[in-house]
Write a protein of this length. Structure first.
Length: 166
């Protein structure tokens, strides 16, 4: 299944409702070049009355509903739609990340099609997966760290090329 059309649609809705949410987890890592797959699309958001209104509007726009399932992560809001199995998780807390503001400051804006999406930086994704300590999170750490190392080498190479041209 190609998740790009869904992710683009969700990004457009986030912009429409001015809903400040950050894509996290494997979906965020994949957008930054990590060779990982996921069925989950997870976001971190700040839980305020205004954000909860925006979350409800987002769910209505997707013809979906919001669940508050029991889950080890506190502050989980799941947008679900029965007919096609749509599931988007919006969390107010994630392991290893102390604040929404800090995560947002370190995040990247990634352009997908004609819209932009705020995406957690790879070091934060790695930190969160390590802190969670679940087998499925630990299983992808080597891949994420390798991707981060390649990204760092590319950035250093680009900086070196720019300095050579001066």
């Amino acid at each position: 299944m190609n998740a790009a059309p869904l992710l683009i649609h969700v990004a457009q809705l986030l912009q429409r409702y001015k809903f400040d949410a950050i894509l996290i987890g494997n979906a965020a890592a994949a957008l930054q070049g990590a060779p990982v797959t996921t069925a989950d699309i997870d976001f971190l958001f700040r839980q305020t009355p205004a954000s909860l209104k925006k979350l409800k509007a987002l769910a209505r726009s997707l013809d979906a509903y919001i669940l508050r399932p029991y889950y080890p992560v506190s502050g989980l809001y799941r947008i679900a739609r029965d007919e096609d199995g749509l599931q988007l998780d919006f969390m107010t807390v994630i392991d290893g990340i102390r604040s929404f503001e800090g995560l947002r400051k370190r995040s990247k804006i990634i352009r997908i099609d004609d819209t932009e999406l705020t995406v957690a930086a790879l070091p934060d994704i790695i930190k969160s997966k390590r802190a969670a300590g679940r087998a499925r999170d630990l299983a992808v750490l080597d891949v994420l760290e390798k991707t981060l190392g390649e990204e760092s080498r590319l950035q250093k190479g680009e900086a070196g090329s720019a300095e050579e041209g001066d």
